[in-house]
Ligand binder design. Structure first.
Ligand SMILES: Nc1ncnc2c1ncn2[C@@H]1O[C@H](COP(=O)(O)OP(=O)(O)OP(=O)(O)O)[C@@H](O)[C@H]1O
Ligand SMILES: [Mg+2]
Length: 458
């Protein structure tokens, strides 16, 4: 529900306006002067302000200036008597959205309100889109296998061919799909993603092709399907190998002709959609086992792109590490230099198998950037945050994994350091209490704190 603030010293005007707006289900706040209005702006989520031009004390133009400074996006509509129209015009020149004359006309009030709120909503959407773009990752990588992927992307982007993207979990398949779309002539049109693994069979047709009102019990209104939404854009069928055989048959028919009907509809719709799909399964094995239709496979797999696993291109690690560290720093609002891994630590990262690939790397680096203050990260610290904590991994976590790649002495040290740090924290950094709980003399613990460069309190 939109919230509207009325600032006017006249009770009559405040109440009439509030009644008009409340009848239209807006939530209304009232203030009898500028100061009170500014206080409400600070405490409530106001979408629109009605402001009297002429008020004793802090005048309308001063209040307007204060609002524009602190809340430049909130539209302000001035309320003006006939005698001070000139001031209202001046206010519009100074950034008010519009003005309305007393006595207030209901129609004019409502149309002004709707227009101003529509504009603020568009601005918000716009910002959401920009944020989504800014948070998307760049494709980082210069290993030969990645260069090959980048070539395939730019070669296939310009033409409308169907692309099948293959690769393990978290290798960047979705990023590849988005990149193809971005480099294609369809870039300004929709990119619609369908997670095939997440759609129950019974809803498959309605999700992809839409439905008419009343097609089934819960179809209370006509709804567009993903194919229709992607018209003149790109449709990304993610996890395509997870589709059931009946769903595959329905998809095949739509792909053959690019025609379909909404569920419960008579009309045949024709769309212009570029189809990209992805899977982390061995799709040829799925075909061989009869779980994936061969004819559908050939329809989808015109250009295959295999995204390499991270462990097959470890030479890209330094570049990826730098990229993600900078990104996390920037998100924190810092523009200092990103931390780096010591040579030994980087070696360790290059030996780790990264079963969750870039997604795992990204999560790992995020943990490190949150928890570690050092500018140069040593192997002992690096290893502390490494391990099978990525969700979606199937193997049972191996409790020794963080130390798997270390020699016995480094492993013992890394463990000891982590153990002591944990116990210190549990004892509120009280050294003698910690020593007692560890069964050590305090002096002994002091030596260890020094050895591992553990700080007293964080
Ligand atoms: N080359 C790359 N450079 C930078 N970031 C990348 C790269 N590849 C992937 N990423 C990032 O890694 C994360 C995982 O990528 P993405 O979701 O594309 O993988 P996926 O292969 O689709 O994974 P899944 O199989 O789990 O669906 C995303 O945050 C993505 O932005
Ligand atoms: Mg994906």
């Amino acid at each position: 529900m939109n919230q509207i603030l009325i600032i006017d010293d006249e009770d009559g005007i405040r109440n009439v306006l509030a009644d008009i707006l409340t009848d239209e289900h807006y939530q209304v706040h009232k203030a009898a002067n500028g100061q009170e209005g500014l206080r409400l702006l600070a405490s409530e989520l106001i979408d629109l302000v009605y402001l009297d031009v002429w008020m004793p004390g802090m005048g309308g133009l001063d209040v307007l200036r204060a609002i524009r400074e602190t809340y430049p996006e909130i539209p302000v509509i001035m309320i003006s008597g006939h005698a001070n129209i000139e001031m209202a015009v001046k206010a519009v020149r100074q950034g008010a959205w519009d003005f309305i004359e007393k006595p207030l006309s209901i129609d004019k009030t409502l149309s002004l309100t709707q227009n101003a709120l529509k504009v603020i909503e568009l601005k918000r959407e716009n910002r959401a889109l920009k944020n989504a773009l800014a948070s998307e990752d760049q494709m980082i990588g210069s290993a030969p296998s990645m260069k090959h992927v980048l070539e395939l992307i730019s070669q296939s982007a310009g033409v409308n061919t169907r692309v099948m993207i293959l690769g393990e979990n978290g290798t960047g398949k979705e990023l590849v799909a988005r990149e193809i779309h971005r480099q294609s002539p369809r870039a300004r049109r929709a990119f619609i993603e369908v997670n095939c693994a997440a759609i129950p069979d019974a809803l498959f047709e309605s999700e992809l092709f839409g439905h008419e009102k009343g097609a089934f019990t819960s179809a209370v209104a006509r709804r567009k399907g993903k194919f229709e939404l992607a018209d003149s854009g790109t449709l990304f069928l993610d996890e395509v190998a997870d589709l059931s055989l009946p769903a595959q048959a329905k998809l095949l028919r739509a792909l053959q002709e690019m025609r379909f009907e909404r569920v419960g509809g008579e009309q045949t719709l024709h769309v212009d959609v570029r189809v990209i799909c992805a899977t982390n399964k061995d799709i040829l094995a799925e075909v061989a086992a009869g779980r994936f239709r061969e004819d559908l496979f050939y329809r989808l797999n015109v250009v295959p792109i295999s995204v390499p696993a991270l462990r097959e291109r470890v030479e890209d690690l330094p570049q990826l590490v730098d990229y993600f560290f900078r990104k996390f720093l920037k998100a924190k609002g810092s523009d200092g230099p990103p931390p780096v891994f010591s040579e030994q630590a980087m070696k360790l990262l290059q030996q780790y198998p990264w079963p969750g690939n870039i997604r795992e790397l990204r999560n790992y680096l995020e943990r490190v950037s949150l928890m570690v203050d050092e500018q140069i990260i040593d192997p002992e610290t690096a290893v502390l945050f490494l391990g099978p904590t990525t969700p979606g991994q199937t193997e049972a976590p191996n409790p020794l994994a963080p130390w798997e790649h270390l020699g016995l002495n480094s492993a013992k040290d890394a463990f000891e350091k982590a153990f002591i740090e944990d116990r210190l924290k549990k004892n509120q950094y009280n050294v003698s209490k910690t020593a007692q709980s560890l069964g050590l003399y305090a002096s002994n613990l002091h030596t260890k704190l020094k050895k591992f460069a553990i700080e007293g309190e964080k």
